[in-house]
Design a protein around this ligand. Structure first.
Ligand code: NAD
Length: 526
């Protein structure tokens, strides 16, 4: 699908539309994906440099990126930035800043439109990288690439609107202009679970608003992170405006955050890292010219409520998809299922029956609906939680996993969980579902709200008064009524949580770019 997106003279900008997903019931899409995986496989084993001021930079230290379904398979070797390289990247960003700041918003938006065009052209290949590097299923990987394209298209359009100064007031002899300027140098720090979309979205927002970026991908998805270098380079983003500095969070994280020349930190990741960043960024460093802004999106412990009149046949697959899609490694994933007593037994029976049919194996094989988790430490932590859950409640189902050295974790459904249990409070980030039985809908809402997080939530009910109560009281960032609770779409379901899930900046929504800029007012006496 092509969208008319250039802002060249006389060309109209079309209305924003989400990039359509691939359709794997169609032979041609399946063939394109198979071909893309083959193509990517031919590129394995390369070295990936840092990218600073438009130049490839080779560092002494390298880290292998491996296939989580087969850890002995090295996909590539990624140069690791140390503090020296981070300082260089920040210097380059600083040198490029004034020119980029003063580049007309239309030109900056054009870079994103071009980036979107490039990502559309490479959609299957970019998805195939995710299958190999983080173990996403085909459809999940393609959805991530589609979301990245959407961020480019959406933020470019938004900047065109926000780039127009507004006249305020209506007083003779006075002209008031209200407009935005970028904050400065942005450190973009991203997670691995939506490796192109979240990274691409945060970088795109910073770039299009006129900031310069130093981008640190997660160590688990640094090759996908490098895909952004290729995209922004081809899109004509000037030297120094986008810099890629993969490296260990423990080595360069604090340095980036505390650096006096960083004005903005765009972070998505765990609550532990996010809170650390907020704390470090709050401390003013010697020579620091700006108060730092932190755009911070963190974890979740999301609940779906099953009312006593729920259509079980409809809801069970929605719950399974929410809980176990991409191995439960989504911030939006359902990890608590709260079921009203009247339907509890029937619902749970059907849930387990259908869970038993989910095939687990390498995501490269389309038949597998669940793949490996991202790495060994994630796998270990999930097994520990399964053990804790087994003591706190009753394990209703624990799936078999492939006998291989891949990082597989079983689908696990644990019943008799109450809000005081650890597996009802702590984010596990794996395929573990805590099932809770409640007397009535009021109790269901209370239990749903009983964690420190407020990211997503879901309700299945046919009672208008219960849906209304949920709208009022089930205070999470993204609430879904009578559907699954994952897969928010740019422009349609702006995404992000409150409380300890984040500062509520809502990626893919009309307010997001405002976090990357400061408003200014100029008043002129005429
Ligand atoms: P993480 O917090 O471990 O890492 C995120 C990033 O922070 C990585 O790039 C990491 O290298 C870096 N980092 C580590 N230590 C750092 C430090 N001291 N200073 C600066 N950066 C540092 O999270 P993860 O495992 O990559 O991602 C999973 C988490 O992200 C889950 O908690 C999930 O819920 C959350 N998440 C939230 C959203 C959202 O929109 N709310 C979206 C996706 C993921």
């Amino acid at each position: 699908m092509r969208q008319k997106t250039s802002t060249k003279k006389n060309e109209a900008i079309s209305e924003f539309k989400n990039f359509p997903y691939a359709d794997f019931t169609k032979k041609e899409d399946c063939e394109s994906f198979t071909k893309a995986i083959k193509n990517v496989r031919q590129q394995l084993g390369k070295d990936y440099p840092l990218f600073i001021n438009g130049n490839d930079v080779i560092s002494r230290e390298k880290m292998d990126s491996v296939n989580p379904a087969k850890p002995s398979e090295v996909l590539g070797s990624i140069c690791q930035a140390g503090t020296k390289e981070v300082a260089q990247a920040i210097e380059a960003a600083k040198a490029a800043f004034e020119k980029w700041r003063d580049t007309p918003p239309q030109k900056r938006a054009d870079c994103l439109f071009k980036a979107a065009e490039i990502a559309r052209r490479r959609a299957f290949e970019l998805s195939a990288w995710q299958v190999l590097e983080v173990g996403k299923q085909w459809d999940q990987a393609y959805a991530d690439v589609a979301e990245c394209i959407d961020f480019f298209e959406y933020y470019a359009r938004d900047m065109l609107k926000l780039g127009q100064p507004q006249k305020l007031g209506n007083v003779p002899g006075e002209l008031n202009l209200y407009f935005y300027q970028p904050k400065g140098i942005a450190a973009v720090i991203s997670p691995w679970n939506f490796p192109l979309a979240i990274s691409g979205g945060m970088c795109a927002a910073a770039i299009v608003t006129g900031n310069c970026v130093v981008f640190k991908p997660s160590g688990f998805s640094s090759i996908v992170g490098y895909n952004l270098v290729e995209i922004f380079k081809e899109a004509g983003v000037p030297n120094g405006v986008f810099n890629y500095i993969p490296g260990r969070g423990s080595v360069i994280g604090d340095f980036m955050v505390e650096h006096p020349d960083i004005s903005l930190i765009a972070f998505t990741g765990s609550v532990k890292t996010g809170c650390r960043i907020i704390e470090k960024a709050a401390k003013v460093q010697p020579g620091q010219p700006n108060v730092k802004k932190v755009v911070c999106e963190m974890g979740g412990k999301n609940a779906i409520i099953i009312d006593d009149d729920t259509d079980i046949d409809y809801a069970v697959p929605q719950v399974l998809y929410s809980a176990f899609g991409f191995q439960g490694q989504k911030c939006s994933a359902c990890s608590r299922l709260i079921i009203l007593d009247a339907v509890y037994d029937k619902f749970v029976e059907e849930l387990v029956k259908q869970a038993e049919s989910i095939k687990i194996g390498p995501s490269e094989d389309f038949a597998n609906k669940m793949g490996p988790v991202v790495d060994k430490s994630a796998q270990k932590s999930i097994f520990e939680y399964i053990e804790i859950g087994g003591k706190e409640g009753k394990v209703l189902y624990k799936s078999p996993v492939p006998q291989s050295d891949g990082f597989y974790a079983p689908i696990t459904i644990i019943a008799d969980i109450t809000p005081d249990c650890r597996i009802a409070q702590e984010e596990i980030f794996g395929p573990v579902l805590a099932v809770m039985r409640v007397e009535d809908f009021d109790e269901a809402i209370d239990w749903a709200l009983s964690t420190k997080f407020a990211l997503t939530g879901g309700v299945f009910s046919r009672k208008p008064e219960h849906l209304e109560l949920a709208r009022k009281a089930f205070r999470v960032g993204n609430l879904y009524l009578n559907r699954n609770c994952v897969g928010a779409l740019v422009g349609r379901q702006p995404f992000g949580g409150a409380r300890m899930s984040g500062v509520g900046t809502k990626a893919g929504g009309p307010d997001y770019l405002l976090h990357f800029m400061d408003p200014r007012t100029i008043t002129e006496k005429l």
